[in-house]
Unconditional design. Structure first.
Length: 139
């Protein structure tokens, strides 16, 4: 299956982030909002610093009154959409970020923050060996 449709960033938004970056569980994380409950967003290949992603997080935080966290599961190495043929780099990028590694980072992140919020909603879709490992989890 051609995955090029999954790597279209759409129109890159201009957005002044409302949150900040901090280290949580040893992972650079975008944090916005000040709620007692949290929503955790795990990103697509464009990563946690992509303006469109942060715009969604800021809007979630504002409209739900929660804290929204976006961990950088790709350790500062998202797909670079500034490259003219960035889709051609996807196979190498996937080798640098195997799903087993991404899932381990996600699991450790959730385990670390569990005691800090009244409830945690996780929004992610991680495909692991062509099966969905997570879709929606409510703690």
């Amino acid at each position: 299956m051609d995955s090029s449709h999954c790597t279209d960033p759409g129109a890159k938004q201009t957005h002044q982030s409302q949150g900040h970056e901090e280290d949580i569980a040893g992972v650079n994380t975008y944090k916005t909002g000040q709620g007692k409950s949290a929503i955790v967003l795990f990103t697509d290949v464009f990563g946690y610093s992509f303006p469109n992603t942060r715009k969604v997080a800021d809007r979630f935080a504002e409209e739900t009154g929660t804290t929204v966290l976006i961990p950088d599961c790709f350790q500062g190495d998202p797909i670079d959409t500034n490259l003219p043929n960035y889709r051609d780099t996807l196979p190498d990028w996937r080798q640098r970020h195997p799903m087993t590694e991404v899932c381990t980072i996600a699991d450790n992140f959730i385990s670390t923050i569990k005691g800090h919020y009244q409830s945690i909603q996780v929004k992610l879709k991680i495909f692991f060996n062509n099966k969905i490992k997570y879709v929606f989890i409510l703690f």
